[in-house]
Design a protein around this ligand. Structure first.
Ligand SMILES: [Zn+2]
Length: 417
């Protein structure tokens, strides 16, 4: 820890400096919280705490990392850095060392320390609660549970938590709620309820809560399901605020309808597109949205990366694909990595983004859409990059600064009044 003149303690991580929290500081990632959800709940009188915070604290917007997917953005938020630095460019990628497509949810893929781990190392009490277990090991990377100053668990596997692995046990009793279903709004409620208990009993200096976008994948802003969900969140926002914490809420990505008028997903099947031009399986299309929780989205999102065979006419394919209906941007690897700050060794030869209504698939036979029980809503592209950033304290943002969602710890620790 540095001790500059004035005695304020600071922690430097990934080339950014953060002030040691003077009050417990809670950062929340509201998964898939497209702008409009909170406003609609407020308009219905269902979110009085959000209404108050947005009036007396800070009501800002920020841009997510691209791809606008869950894991790259959660890791960006908790490291304060883009994917080029932390390495997590998707939920899923083609491992060049093995040629296998693998989940990127193992800490060995993480290339940067988290802000929480850096503060923990400097003596802070830190806690992480995630909805889904897929993120728990990444977000908890670098925490040493044996210090008694670190806790990291998921709502999904709350009943399996141990002192050695999670820094806490008997989480269901601690939180006072039953184990939630992984496909339910209750999974996110459990995260918030745990957060309130942790503030009361564990007294963290720094805490990160990350919910799931189960509701946002199903329901648009101002729908009954969404309004009920945000009313629930609002109650916990009020509870956290009442406990005197500095509270900052942002999102990993937005969410848009991605379906045709008849309710079927509006898909461009990219593997089929390349197979028709280059021969079957000559190109390899990777969808980094892919994860084990396909009921949300059928592995359909607005970002794909493609490995081309040697000798392919890359420029010609890019030009033809870019002119295809529903495709918003096609870039070669180097340009995509520069523009979106992505790690080149985890990105294919070209990057494809689709527009507001369109999603990208591999081939029709490889997507089981029977599990989708509502017209598809999804994310991944530029249209889902804008997210809210709301704090319960006023903040001073330098004029002209474009906020990223992964600036949220900087804002909460360094820029609150
Ligand atoms: Zn998400």
């Amino acid at each position: 820890m540095d001790a500059p003149p004035g005695g304020a303690r600071e922690v430097t991580v990934n080339w950014r400096r953060y002030r040691f929290p003077r009050a417990a500081t809670v950062v929340v990632c509201l998964d898939g919280s497209e702008p409009g959800y909170i406003e609609a709940a407020i308009a219905r009188g269902l979110a009085p705490n959000f209404a108050r915070l947005m009036r007396t604290g800070a009501n800002l917007t920020a841009l997510s990392a691209i791809p606008s997917f869950t894991n790259p953005n959660n890791l960006s938020i908790i490291t304060g850095a883009p994917p080029a630095v932390h390495g997590i460019a998707g939920n899923y990628f083609l491992d060049p060392s093995s040629g296998q497509e693998v989940m990127m949810n193992d800490p060995r893929f993480l290339r940067a320390p988290t802000i929480l781990a850096a503060f923990h190392e400097e003596g802070a009490r830190v806690a992480v609660v995630t909805a889904k277990d897929k993120l728990r090991t990444l977000l908890g990377a670098g925490l040493t549970m044996s210090t008694g100053r670190a806790i990291a668990f998921s709502a999904e596997r709350a009943e399996q938590a141990t002192i050695a692995e999670n820094g806490i046990r008997e989480v269901l009793d601690f939180v006072g709620l039953p184990l939630p279903d992984v496909y339910s709004p209750a999974l996110s409620e459990f995260v918030f309820a745990a957060g309130v208990r942790l503030v009361e009993r564990f007294r963290p200096d720094l805490m990160y809560l990350s919910t799931t976008d189960y509701v946002q994948h199903k329901a648009a802003p101002d729908s009954d399901l969404a309004n009920t969900f945000y009313a629930m969140i609002d109650r916990y926002v009020g509870e956290l605020d009442a406990r005197g914490v500095v509270l900052a809420l942002t999102a990993d990505h937005g969410m848009n309808d991605k379906h045709l008028p008849d309710g079927s997903p509006d898909v461009l099947y990219l593997q089929e597109w390349f197979d028709a031009r280059l021969g079957a399986a000559a190109a390899r299309v990777i969808l980094p949205i892919t994860d084990p929780y396909v009921l949300h989205h059928g592995a359909l999102g607005s970002f794909a990366t493609v490995y081309l065979p040697a000798g392919a006419d890359e420029a010609g394919l890019i030009a033809e694909l870019a002119a295809t209906e529903g495709v918003s941007l096609v870039l070669p690897r180097a340009e995509a990595c520069r523009r979106f700050e992505l790690p080149p060794d985890r990105v294919g030869d070209i990057v494809v983004l689709s527009g507001r209504r369109k999603v990208l698939g591999t081939s029709a036979a490889r997507h089981d859409l029977s599990a989708l029980d509502a017209p598809l809503r999804s994310h991944g592209g530029l249209e889902e990059q804008k997210v809210p950033m709301i704090l319960n304290r006023p903040v001073s943002i330098p004029a002209g600064r474009v906020l990223r969602n992964f600036d949220v710890f900087d804002v909460a620790l360094n820029l609150v009044g």
